[in-house]
Ligand binder design. Sequence first.
Ligand code: M7G
Length: 292
Amino acid sequence: PECENVLCGFQTSSVLSDSAREKLLFVHGKIADQEAVVVLEKTPIREDALPELFARSTLRLEMRNDIYSTYRLQVPPHLNEIKTTVVCPATQKHLKKYQRQESFLVEETEQDYESITLPYIQQQSFSLQWVYNILEKKAEADRIVYEDPDPELGFVLLPDLKWDQKQVDDLYLIAVAHQRGIKSLRDVTSEHLPLLQNILQKGKEAILQRYELPGSGLRVYVHYQPSYYHLHVHFTKLGYEAPGCGVERAHLLSDVVQNLRADPRFYKTRTLSFPLRADDGLLGRFREAGRL
Ligand code: M7G
């Protein structure tokens, strides 16, 4: 029968990774002959939903022993939703990104960047179409939390793909710079200080306004290496361990600003460390060059 749900014909190929603790599952499969990745994630239980949860659910006893008892609570469907992200058509690179893999730390010198990393990312990195769609209001326009439209200093602040905006506990927004061509932290010099400071300050202000969360409650950082080579800044709630946010990749924006003040070419010249997954093509290039 016809179905309006794109996942109803989903053909599972394999589970890429899962985590019982994080209540997450990444699955690879096909949607109408196209490769797809589907991410399923159980969402946090919200305090404001508790009255309804207790009043409108069915409680089934599993066991009782002295003062201890366990139950299954069958809750109304709208209180038991699964956050679902679909990437389709997905590339090989997407499949790798979501596959559980061992990681290796690379120490990239200025030279390594020029001769190994830059040529590699110029050849193969994820499409930036979704970024341009945001900047041009072709997608997610209704989700924008704040925009500074200035072509040089401006940015768009909006909820990250990973945040369903149901609770502030796992707040996750990204600020996408209007300026194009800043691929990553490596391209950032003191010239970009006004842009970075603008994002830091106005981003925090906008989050305070909208979510009543002050700057002191936020982790504001960029990733190196990023997945997408267009300048963007992550804003997450301090204390929330966002998936994929390892310490090795994160550079606090306030540190970036200070380092650039001290040395305008800090990120051009420093050796930068980051982890790469075993099957990452870039890791292969570092190996071939004898740098690992
Ligand atoms: P990154 O540091 O380049 O890579 O961050 P990472 O994904 O390995 O951390 C890109 C950020 O953009 C991530 O936090 C993604 O969840 C988020 N993101 C990716 N896409 C494709 C979208 C999108 O289409 N919309 C929104 N709002 N966020 C996205």
